[in-house]
Design a protein around this ligand. Structure first.
Ligand SMILES: Cc1cc2nc3c(=O)[nH]c(=O)nc-3n(C[C@H](O)[C@H](O)[C@H](O)COP(=O)(O)O)c2cc1C
Length: 199
Protein backbone atom coordinates (compact mmCIF):
# COMPACT_ATOMS: atom_id res chain seq x y z
CA UNK A 1 0.00 0.00 0.00
CA UNK A 2 2.82 2.38 1.00
CA UNK A 3 4.59 1.59 -2.28
CA UNK A 4 1.46 2.52 -4.25
CA UNK A 5 1.20 5.89 -2.46
CA UNK A 6 4.89 6.54 -3.11
CA UNK A 7 4.49 5.67 -6.77
CA UNK A 8 1.44 7.95 -7.10
CA UNK A 9 3.27 10.79 -5.35
CA UNK A 10 6.30 10.39 -7.62
CA UNK A 11 4.10 10.25 -10.74
CA UNK A 12 2.35 13.44 -9.62
CA UNK A 13 5.69 15.14 -9.02
CA UNK A 14 6.99 14.06 -12.42
CA UNK A 15 3.83 15.42 -14.10
CA UNK A 16 4.10 18.77 -12.34
CA UNK A 17 7.79 19.03 -13.30
CA UNK A 18 7.10 18.05 -16.89
CA UNK A 19 6.65 21.06 -19.10
CA UNK A 20 3.63 20.65 -21.32
CA UNK A 21 1.58 22.52 -23.87
CA UNK A 22 -1.66 23.92 -22.46
CA UNK A 23 -4.91 23.82 -24.45
CA UNK A 24 -6.85 26.92 -23.43
CA UNK A 25 -10.65 26.94 -23.22
CA UNK A 26 -12.51 28.88 -25.93
CA UNK A 27 -12.47 32.63 -25.26
CA UNK A 28 -15.70 34.19 -24.01
CA UNK A 29 -15.93 36.90 -26.74
CA UNK A 30 -18.83 38.73 -25.09
CA UNK A 31 -19.68 40.68 -21.95
CA UNK A 32 -17.26 42.85 -20.02
CA UNK A 33 -17.69 46.47 -18.99
CA UNK A 34 -19.11 49.11 -21.31
CA UNK A 35 -16.48 50.75 -23.52
CA UNK A 36 -16.67 54.24 -22.02
CA UNK A 37 -16.44 52.84 -18.50
CA UNK A 38 -13.48 50.68 -19.54
CA UNK A 39 -11.67 53.66 -21.07
CA UNK A 40 -12.35 55.62 -17.92
CA UNK A 41 -10.63 52.89 -15.89
CA UNK A 42 -7.67 52.26 -18.22
CA UNK A 43 -4.43 52.95 -16.38
CA UNK A 44 -1.02 51.49 -15.61
CA UNK A 45 -0.85 49.38 -12.48
CA UNK A 46 2.43 48.13 -11.04
CA UNK A 47 1.45 46.59 -7.69
CA UNK A 48 0.01 43.10 -7.80
CA UNK A 49 -0.99 40.41 -5.37
CA UNK A 50 0.48 37.10 -6.51
CA UNK A 51 -2.35 34.82 -7.61
CA UNK A 52 -2.79 32.14 -10.25
CA UNK A 53 -4.81 33.20 -13.29
CA UNK A 54 -7.60 30.76 -14.26
CA UNK A 55 -7.17 29.39 -17.80
CA UNK A 56 -10.51 30.93 -18.87
CA UNK A 57 -9.30 34.40 -17.88
CA UNK A 58 -5.97 33.81 -19.62
CA UNK A 59 -7.75 32.65 -22.76
CA UNK A 60 -10.02 35.73 -22.74
CA UNK A 61 -7.02 38.01 -22.13
CA UNK A 62 -4.97 36.55 -24.99
CA UNK A 63 -7.95 36.58 -27.33
CA UNK A 64 -8.63 40.24 -26.50
CA UNK A 65 -4.94 41.02 -27.01
CA UNK A 66 -4.38 39.45 -30.42
CA UNK A 67 -6.79 36.58 -31.02
CA UNK A 68 -8.66 35.76 -34.22
CA UNK A 69 -12.05 37.49 -34.31
CA UNK A 70 -12.61 36.50 -37.95
CA UNK A 71 -11.41 33.48 -39.91
CA UNK A 72 -8.10 35.08 -40.81
CA UNK A 73 -7.96 38.42 -39.01
CA UNK A 74 -7.42 39.48 -35.44
CA UNK A 75 -8.60 41.77 -32.64
CA UNK A 76 -5.54 43.97 -33.26
CA UNK A 77 -4.92 45.51 -36.70
CA UNK A 78 -1.59 45.27 -38.52
CA UNK A 79 -0.30 47.34 -41.43
CA UNK A 80 -1.22 45.59 -44.70
CA UNK A 81 -2.56 42.74 -42.55
CA UNK A 82 0.96 41.31 -42.20
CA UNK A 83 0.10 39.85 -38.79
CA UNK A 84 3.73 40.01 -37.76
CA UNK A 85 2.86 40.16 -34.05
CA UNK A 86 2.80 37.09 -31.82
CA UNK A 87 2.50 36.67 -28.08
CA UNK A 88 4.63 34.73 -25.67
CA UNK A 89 3.48 34.18 -22.12
CA UNK A 90 5.74 33.77 -19.11
CA UNK A 91 4.06 32.11 -16.14
CA UNK A 92 6.48 31.88 -13.21
CA UNK A 93 9.36 29.73 -14.46
CA UNK A 94 7.77 28.62 -17.73
CA UNK A 95 7.52 30.38 -21.06
CA UNK A 96 5.00 29.55 -23.79
CA UNK A 97 4.23 30.65 -27.33
CA UNK A 98 0.55 31.45 -27.78
CA UNK A 99 -0.68 29.72 -30.92
CA UNK A 100 -3.61 32.07 -31.45
CA UNK A 101 -5.27 29.95 -34.13
CA UNK A 102 -5.31 26.76 -32.05
CA UNK A 103 -5.57 28.67 -28.76
CA UNK A 104 -2.77 26.57 -27.34
CA UNK A 105 0.12 27.66 -25.15
CA UNK A 106 3.08 25.84 -26.62
CA UNK A 107 5.85 25.22 -24.14
CA UNK A 108 9.07 27.02 -25.07
CA UNK A 109 11.43 27.02 -22.11
CA UNK A 110 11.79 26.72 -18.40
CA UNK A 111 14.06 28.88 -16.27
CA UNK A 112 14.44 32.06 -14.29
CA UNK A 113 13.12 34.87 -16.51
CA UNK A 114 13.29 37.63 -13.89
CA UNK A 115 16.49 39.34 -15.11
CA UNK A 116 15.33 39.19 -18.73
CA UNK A 117 11.88 40.60 -17.90
CA UNK A 118 13.31 43.35 -15.67
CA UNK A 119 11.51 45.34 -12.92
CA UNK A 120 11.19 42.19 -10.80
CA UNK A 121 9.12 44.07 -8.21
CA UNK A 122 6.37 44.23 -10.86
CA UNK A 123 6.93 41.20 -13.06
CA UNK A 124 7.42 38.61 -10.30
CA UNK A 125 4.07 39.51 -8.71
CA UNK A 126 2.12 39.46 -11.95
CA UNK A 127 0.05 36.35 -12.63
CA UNK A 128 1.40 36.31 -16.19
CA UNK A 129 3.85 38.36 -18.25
CA UNK A 130 2.79 38.74 -21.86
CA UNK A 131 5.72 39.35 -24.21
CA UNK A 132 4.79 40.99 -27.50
CA UNK A 133 7.10 39.82 -30.27
CA UNK A 134 7.30 41.20 -33.80
CA UNK A 135 8.65 39.34 -36.81
CA UNK A 136 10.66 41.95 -38.68
CA UNK A 137 10.94 39.54 -41.59
CA UNK A 138 7.20 39.99 -42.22
CA UNK A 139 6.89 43.75 -41.77
CA UNK A 140 9.04 46.86 -41.50
CA UNK A 141 10.20 47.71 -37.98
CA UNK A 142 8.29 51.01 -38.17
CA UNK A 143 4.98 49.22 -38.66
CA UNK A 144 5.93 46.44 -36.26
CA UNK A 145 6.44 48.97 -33.45
CA UNK A 146 3.18 50.72 -34.29
CA UNK A 147 1.24 47.45 -34.52
CA UNK A 148 2.44 46.27 -31.12
CA UNK A 149 0.82 49.37 -29.61
CA UNK A 150 -2.63 48.16 -30.63
CA UNK A 151 -2.05 44.88 -28.82
CA UNK A 152 -0.83 46.76 -25.79
CA UNK A 153 -4.00 48.86 -25.73
CA UNK A 154 -6.15 45.74 -26.13
CA UNK A 155 -4.41 44.29 -23.06
CA UNK A 156 -4.97 47.51 -21.14
CA UNK A 157 -8.65 47.54 -22.06
CA UNK A 158 -9.23 43.88 -21.23
CA UNK A 159 -7.50 44.39 -17.86
CA UNK A 160 -9.62 47.43 -17.07
CA UNK A 161 -12.76 45.58 -18.06
CA UNK A 162 -11.89 42.48 -16.02
CA UNK A 163 -10.70 44.33 -12.92
CA UNK A 164 -7.08 43.25 -13.45
CA UNK A 165 -3.97 45.41 -13.50
CA UNK A 166 -1.36 45.81 -16.22
CA UNK A 167 1.40 48.10 -17.45
CA UNK A 168 3.17 48.36 -20.80
CA UNK A 169 6.89 47.93 -20.20
CA UNK A 170 9.73 48.86 -22.50
CA UNK A 171 12.43 48.35 -19.87
CA UNK A 172 13.16 44.67 -20.40
CA UNK A 173 16.51 43.11 -21.34
CA UNK A 174 15.82 42.49 -25.04
CA UNK A 175 18.85 40.36 -25.78
CA UNK A 176 18.40 38.13 -22.75
CA UNK A 177 14.66 37.81 -23.29
CA UNK A 178 15.11 36.90 -26.97
CA UNK A 179 17.54 34.17 -25.97
CA UNK A 180 15.33 32.90 -23.16
CA UNK A 181 12.34 32.69 -25.51
CA UNK A 182 14.48 31.12 -28.26
CA UNK A 183 13.45 33.76 -30.76
CA UNK A 184 14.65 33.65 -34.36
CA UNK A 185 17.03 36.35 -35.61
CA UNK A 186 14.31 38.48 -37.19
CA UNK A 187 11.99 38.31 -34.19
CA UNK A 188 12.12 41.23 -31.77
CA UNK A 189 10.49 41.81 -28.40
CA UNK A 190 8.58 45.09 -28.59
CA UNK A 191 6.85 45.23 -25.18
CA UNK A 192 6.35 43.25 -22.00
CA UNK A 193 2.93 43.38 -20.30
CA UNK A 194 2.68 42.02 -16.77
CA UNK A 195 -0.97 41.30 -15.95
CA UNK A 196 -1.94 40.69 -12.37
CA UNK A 197 -4.40 40.93 -9.54
CA UNK A 198 -4.86 44.19 -7.70
CA UNK A 199 -4.62 44.65 -3.92
C1 LIG B 1 5.75 52.20 -24.95
C2 LIG B 1 5.62 52.27 -23.45
C3 LIG B 1 6.65 51.83 -22.63
C4 LIG B 1 6.53 51.86 -21.25
N1 LIG B 1 7.52 51.35 -20.46
C5 LIG B 1 7.36 51.31 -19.12
C6 LIG B 1 8.34 50.67 -18.30
O1 LIG B 1 9.33 50.14 -18.78
N2 LIG B 1 8.11 50.63 -16.96
C7 LIG B 1 7.00 51.17 -16.39
O2 LIG B 1 6.86 51.08 -15.17
N3 LIG B 1 6.03 51.78 -17.15
C8 LIG B 1 6.20 51.85 -18.49
N4 LIG B 1 5.23 52.43 -19.28
C9 LIG B 1 3.99 52.95 -18.67
C10 LIG B 1 3.97 54.48 -18.66
O3 LIG B 1 4.86 54.96 -17.68
C11 LIG B 1 2.54 54.94 -18.38
O4 LIG B 1 1.70 54.55 -19.45
C12 LIG B 1 2.46 56.45 -18.19
O5 LIG B 1 3.08 56.83 -16.99
C13 LIG B 1 1.02 56.95 -18.17
O6 LIG B 1 0.29 56.30 -17.14
P1 LIG B 1 -1.09 55.55 -17.45
O7 LIG B 1 -0.78 54.38 -18.36
O8 LIG B 1 -1.61 55.12 -16.12
O9 LIG B 1 -1.98 56.53 -18.14
C14 LIG B 1 5.34 52.41 -20.67
C15 LIG B 1 4.30 52.87 -21.49
C16 LIG B 1 4.44 52.79 -22.85
C17 LIG B 1 3.28 53.24 -23.72
Amino acid sequence: MKKTYLLLALTGLACSLQAQDIQLPSPTRSGGKALMETLNERRSERTFVKKEMPLQTLSDLLWAANGFNRTDKRTAPTASNKQEQELYVVIDDKAYFHDARQNVLKFVARGDFSAALGQANITSKAAVNIVIVADNGKSSTKYAYLDSGYISQNIYLYAASAGLGTVARGSYNGKELSQALKLAEKQEVTLVHPVGYLQ
